[in-house]
Design a binder for this molecule. Structure first.
Ligand code: ATP
Ligand code: MG
Length: 238
């Protein structure tokens, strides 16, 4: 099996002046291509910090991180940005959509910075990913004219626009009711079925049960790492 994410003894501290706050305290982990992983653990245990490192939004203080065969642990910010844009799609609890832009414009935004992508291609690709999340009929609406679940689908479409191989979702259902949460999990399930590696953070056991592997953090270390032999499968409802 090909390891797409390889972490070796990852440490991360935040520094407040001279004060060091150690958050990750030696994380070693391999995640293979097309795995579906839920990351759980108490508030403050380091889940988001780990996701930010996995997603090249931040660098570890110490340790080695090999992403898709490339050592990214010592890369500078602009090198990291290149890897991030190519490999990673992010979904956050707060959706992080720009309020003045339509769904279509929000989704196309990451392509504005891609050289060689025309406006026409940008719109076509944004339409295609919005179709995938079943939002074609709402694509000209702005976030405040959409429900929470629809906003999260826009955010997922935006995460997919650069055709990343890895989707990182930090509490993607944290602001949603349970029916809407299941719709979002159905979409993430489809993305996984299509060959992507999916890693999501959740506090909810029933959401983690969609994943095939559950990793629990406690106080900056991996407490348990277990295969879920009986994951929830959604029979198409959306
Ligand atoms: N940018 C930062 N600067 C300083 N400390 C930070 C920063 N980000 C996180 N921390 C601290 O690091 C610790 C771990 O935070 P992190 O956000 O990774 O936890 P979490 O497991 O995602 O928690 P939650 O479930 O509440 O989202 C916390 O004590 C937090 O206060
Ligand atoms: Mg968090």
């Amino acid at each position: 099996m090909q390891s797409i994410l390889h972490l070796e003894n990852i440490y991360k501290s935040y520094f407040l002046g001279k004060l060091e706050l150690p958050v990750l305290k030696g994380i070693s982990l391999d995640i293979n291509k097309n795995e579906y992983v839920a990351l759980m653990g108490p508030s403050g245990s380091g889940k988001s910090t780990l996701m930010n490192i996995l997603g090249c939004l931040d660098s570890p203080t110490d340790g080695k991180y090999i992403l898709n065969g490339k050592d990214v642990s010592r890369m500078l910010d602009d090198e990291l940005a290149v890897v991030r844009n190519k490999e990673i799609g992010f979904v956050f609890q707060q959706f992080n959509l720009l309020p003045r832009l339509t769904a279509l414009e929000n989704v196309g935004l990451p392509l504005i910075y891609s050289k060689g992508v025309s406006k026409k291609e940008r719109i076509e690709r944004a339409e295609a990913v919005l179709e995938k999340v079943k939002l074609t009929d709402r694509m000209h609406h702005k976030p405040n004219e959409l429900s929470g679940g629809q906003c999260q689908r826009v955010a997922i479409a935006r995460a997919l626009i650069n055709k990343p191989s890895i989707i990182l979702a930090d509490e993607p259902t944290g602001n949603l009711d349970s029916k809407t949460s299941h719709e979002i999990m159905e979409i993430l399930g489809t993305i996984h079925d299509e060959g992507n590696t999916v890693i999501l953070v959740t506090h909810e056991e029933d959401i983690s049960n969609f994943a095939r592997r559950v990793i629990r953090l406690r106080d900056g270390l991996i407490e348990t790492d277990k295969i879920n032999s009986n994951p929830t499968v959604i029979l198409h409802t959306v």
